[in-house]
Design a protein around this ligand. Structure first.
Ligand SMILES: Cc1cc2nc3c(=O)[nH]c(=O)nc-3n(C[C@H](O)[C@H](O)[C@H](O)COP(=O)(O)O)c2cc1C
Length: 284
C-alpha cells in the first residue's frame, strides 16, 4: 500500500499534560491552556448539568482543580480574570455535584426591549467608515473603552488571543504612512498572540482571523456609539515591516489589522448593502 500521508501519522494532540510540562511552559501558553481546559472540561459540562440535569461526575472538576494548583505553584496572581473565572465555574460545578442549586439569576440578561433594539440597529446601520477627522483630542478613557469592547468579542475556545497597540499620530507622525488614509489621529492596531493557539491544536487555523475580526467589529461599533468615527484599514507589506520594527513585539505576536479613530469631520452616506434575497443562498 502507499505511504501514509502526514495527517495519518500526526500525533493526537495532548490536552492534559504532566505537572512538569505545565510548570515549565511559557506563561502565555499556560494561561491559554487554563482557559481552554476550563471551557472544554468544566464550563460546558457544568451548564449542561445545571440546565439539562446531566450528571456531573466527581472526576469532572479534577482538571481545573489541578490547573488552579499549578497556577498558584507558578506564582501567577490569583486576581487575574481567567483565574477568577475558573474559581467561579468550579464553585458552580461543586454545588451541582452535591445537589445544591446554582443561582444564576445575577447573570440573567435584561431584555433590551423595542427601544433598546432600535438603538442597537441604529448603531449597526449608522456606523460608517469615517476618513476625515477634526483636531479634537480623543481622551484615553474612550480609547480604553473601545479596546475593552474588543476584548468582549466572541473567541474560539475562549483562548483570548487578541492584543492591541495604540499609537497617537501626533506622537509618531508618519509611522502609518503608505495607508489609504494619512494621519488618522489615533491608530488602534489589533495584534494576536499566537502562543495561545498551542493550547488547542484542533482549533482550525481559519478561526484565528475570525477571532480578531469579532473583536474589531465590536470596536468599530463602540467607536461610533461613543461619538467617534473610525475606519478599518489595510496594511501594506512596507507598513507592516515598519511597525514590527517599531513595536518590538515578541516573535509570536502578530500584527493583524487596524483602525483609525477620531472625532468625525465628514458624514458619509451609507453604501447600501445587498438585500437578503441576494445574500441568503440556502434556507432549509
Ligand atoms: C478588513 C477591512 C479592510 C479595510 N481596508 C480599508 C482600506 O484600506 N481603506 C479604506 O479606505 N477603507 C477600508 N475598509 C473600509 C471599507 O471600505 C468599508 O467598510 C466599506 O466600504 C463599507 O463602508 P462602511 O464601513 O461605511 O459601511 C476596510 C474594511 C475592512 C473590514
Amino acid at each position: 500500500m502507499g505511504e501514509k500521508s502526514e495527517s495519518d501519522v500526526s500525533p493526537v494532540p495532548r490536552f492534559n499534560l504532566s505537572r512538569e510540562e505545565y510548570l515549565k511552559m511559557d506563561p502565555v501558553e499556560f494561561r491559554a491552556r487554563f482557559r481552554e481546559r476550563l471551557h472544554h472540561t468544566l464550563e460546558i459540562q457544568t451548564y449542561a448539568a445545571i440546565h439539562f440535569g446531566k450528571a456531573l461526575s466527581p472526576e469532572q472538576t479534577k482538571t481545573v482543580e489541578t490547573l488552579l494548583e499549578l497556577w498558584q505553584e507558578r506564582g501567577l496572581p490569583a486576581d487575574l480574570p481567567d483565574c477568577r473565572w475558573g474559581k467561579t465555574i468550579l464553585q458552580f460545578a461543586r454545588k451541582t455535584q452535591t445537589g445544591e442549586t446554582v443561582d444564576l439569576s445575577p447573570y440573567a440578561t435584561k431584555p433590551v426591549g423595542k427601544d433598546g433594539y432600535e438603538l442597537f440597529r441604529r448603531i449597526v446601520g449608522e456606523r460608517r467608515s469615517v476618513r476625515h477627522w477634526s483636531d479634537r483630542e480623543v481622551p484615553d478613557s474612550l480609547i480604553d473603552e473601545i479596546l475593552r469592547t474588543g476584548t468582549w468579542g466572541a473567541h474560539s475556545c475562549n483562548l483570548q488571543s487578541v492584543r492591541f497597540a495604540v499609537v497617537r499620530e501626533k506622537n509618531e507622525p508618519g509611522l502609518f504612512r503608505g495607508a489609504d488614509i494619512p494621519g488618522g489621529p489615533v491608530h488602534l492596531v489589533a495584534l494576536q498572540d499566537e502562543r495561545v493557539y498551542r493550547a488547542n491544536p484542533l482549533n482550525p487555523v481559519r478561526n484565528r482571523l475570525i477571532d480578531v475580526g469579532a473583536a474589531v467589529q465590536n470596536m468599530v461599533l463602540a467607536a461610533h456609539a461613543l461619538g467617534l468615527g473610525g475606519v478599518w484599514l489595510t496594511f501594506s507589506d512596507a507598513m507592516l515591516e515598519r511597525l514590527y520594527k517599531r513595536f518590538g513585539l515578541p516573535e509570536e505576536v502578530k500584527i493583524v489589522t487596524y483602525l483609525d479613530v477620531g472625532y468625525p469631520a465628514q458624514t458619509p452616506a451609507p453604501p447600501l448593502r445587498l438585500d437578503l434575497d441576494e445574500t441568503v443562498l440556502v434556507r432549509i
